[in-house]
Design a protein around this ligand. Structure first.
Ligand code: GN1
Ligand code: MG
Length: 374
């Protein structure tokens, strides 16, 4: 993927940012957008820092709709935070409008950029071993879901249609395997077989949603651990970021995806799959935190499928990495040719480990429920 650098002065002018340009640095966490931290210094020497992102138009085709969603959601959150006496500038993102009132700008090359105030005094993590911090991640995503429970979902557009529709994801995977555009299908035969052997799983939540047994809610849909800013002083989950995929969805997508990423004992692209496993203590810590915040609003059916959702979201993600590998790396940013296959392997190894630990996951969920009064 092409990496056009940010032009600080163009950004400054476009968003009317005060002060004198100081520094910028690239932040490399996400697989989709390109993110920078940009700093300006005022005449009094005081610095103001912003986060500037180039929107990936290959993934998000309509930046107007995307930013309407995000600003709608952050405005809603800002009101809630203010009403409970919280810190509006730190507990959610605050985007800046450009001169035309839109929350993004388009440069001469057709690229779109957005800008929000940087939140200070925080850290992010890609892996975690602290149960207390992961508990707090669960609390934070549960609280996020609660605060959006009354958001008018008809005002939200589907920024990526069928994003967590595992049946349509499976179809995309089979198409990629049949077309084999990259010519690499043979290299991934074991992974293709693994995904095919579990096709039935792909239907479970889709069917329950269709039959009305699971409710549609406003959900985040990308609840990776590194999408939470943790407060350096309190170690609490302070601010949820990466709001591109906030859409109507299942609570189970959010729970499952958090476990997929955060309760893995290895990172998402660990080449040594023997390091991959589900940490049961981390699973239980997250479930306790999530149920503490959101437990009262979940239905019995949602609670019943919590452990399954962790496996399903891991399966989905593995299938998406595999699909992209077969297609020739056209979706996720990759750093080397086998990157998507390596990522796929960690996900499928985690699925296999979760299958072995299904009973323990159920028992841990039951304990977390009892603690939350469910
Ligand atoms: C992408 O944008 P980022 O890196 O937080 C992807 C998620 C995947 C994730 C896997 C819009 O998330 O769906 O689960 O990579 N986001 C999009 O790490 O496709
Ligand atoms: Mg992200």
């Amino acid at each position: 993927m092409e990496q056009k650098a940010l032009d600080p002065l163009f950004i400054q002018q476009s968003f009317s940012l005060p002060g004198e340009y100081d520094t910028f640095e690239a932040l490399n966490d996400g697989h989709i957008n390109t993110t920078y931290r940009l700093r300006f210094r005022g005449p009094d020497g005081k610095a103001e820092t912003y986060v500037v992102q180039k929107i990936n138009l290959n993934v998000f085709h309509d930046p107007d709709v995307l930013m309407q969603n995000i600003v709608g959601v952050t405005t809603h959150l800002q009101k809630k935070i203010a009403a409970r006496g919280g810190d509006v500038r730190r507990e959610t993102l605050n985007f800046l409008p450009a001169a035309d009132g839109k929350y993004y700008i388009r440069d001469g090359a057709g690229d779109c950029w957005r800008c929000y105030y940087h939140v200070g005094g925080v850290y992010t993590c890609n892996t975690i071993d602290s149960e207390a911090v992961f508990f707090s991640a669960g609390e934070a995503f549960g609280a996020f879901q609660n605060e959006l429970a009354d958001y008018p979902s008809e005002q939200l557009s589907e920024t990526i249609p069928n994003f967590h529709n595992t049946v349509s994801r499976y179809r995309d995977f089979e198409r990629a395997a049949a077309e084999n555009l990259s010519g690499r299908a043979e290299q991934a035969q074991a992974e293709i077989d693994f995904v095919r052997a579990r096709e039935r799983d792909a239907h479970v939540l889709v069917d329950l949603l269709e039959s009305g047994e699971l409710p549609l809610r406003v959900t985040h849909n990308d609840t990776k651990l590194n999408n939470i800013l943790f407060d350096k002083e309190t170690n609490k989950g302070l601010c949820i970021i990466d709001l591109d995929t906030v859409m109507p969805g299942l609570a189970l997508y959010d729970f499952g995806d958090s476990i997929r990423f955060g309760a893995n004992t290895a990172s998402e692209d660990e080449p040594d799959v023997s390091k991959v496993s589900l940490s049961l203590p981390l699973y239980e810590a997250y479930a306790r935190g999530y149920l503490k915040s959101a437990g009262q609003s979940l239905t019995d059916a949602e609670i019943q499928y919590l452990p399954f959702s962790a496996k399903l979201m891991t399966y989905e993600c593995g299938m998406r990495f595999l699909t992209d590998f077969l297609n020739g790396d056209t979706y996720f940013k990759t750093a080397y040719p086998e990157h998507n296959l390596v990522r796929c392997r960690t996900q499928l190894a985690l699925v296999a480990d979760m299958e072995k630990k299904a009973e323990e996951m159920r028992a841990a969920t039951a304990r977390a429920c009892a603690e939350a009064g469910r």
